[in-house]
Design a protein around this ligand. Sequence first.
Ligand SMILES: [Zn+2]
Length: 247
Amino acid sequence: MDFTKSLLAIFAHPDDETFGAGGLLAHINRAGGRTAVISATRGEKGKLHLDIPMAPEELAKLREEELMAAAKILGVSRVHALTYPDGGLDEQSENEVVKKLLEIIKEFSPYAILTFGPDGGTGHRDHIAIHKFACRAFQEAQQFGEPPRELYFRATPKAVRELRREAAVVSGRKKTAGHYEESKIPLPYSEEDFIAIDVLPVVHLKNQAAQMHKSQNPKWFLEMPEELKKAFWEKEYYYLAAITKTP
Ligand SMILES: [Zn+2]
């Protein structure tokens, strides 16, 4: 992974960029690369962590602001908060979403594209949907004069996922039922091929960015058990899913 090049992260919700790839984004921006983030939705359904009720439009506005603030800390130069429905991304017209992604790819001209793996990382249906859309957009963008050359998936080794699950059970952190795929989607690649990135040198930025996502209870991430923090928060894993040759 070349941190001096440009990367477009295509995710589903405001906060996926920080909790998912905050370290990588900060690394690239610090190394002189360029990054942009797409959040396909404005996260209006993510109300589980709120103390007070909030109308969806109000929450969408708040979460968009949180995304902008977090991205600024990470050094992200472009943020696109798209307005597809949170919790309903998989019901959107694939052609329409891919067309929108291609417009942004054409304009930003990234060297690499990052998205979730086929299991959506957490099994969230919006994550699985954006994975499909981003993969198709990567393929179709190969016809551009300056096409993206590398496609990465966010990955989490099984052992780390186990640790995370245990910690979530202990803390009582819940997932919004209905947004998650029931069955496990097997990954067609092996953990041995994951690229591990040491996030420690930029973890202060990731922590600050996480704090911007106030509506999403960043406390859980910032105060996770030491073992999990080392394995999950201070390390990020990626999988190089596709590479196309430079002419
Ligand atoms: Zn998400």
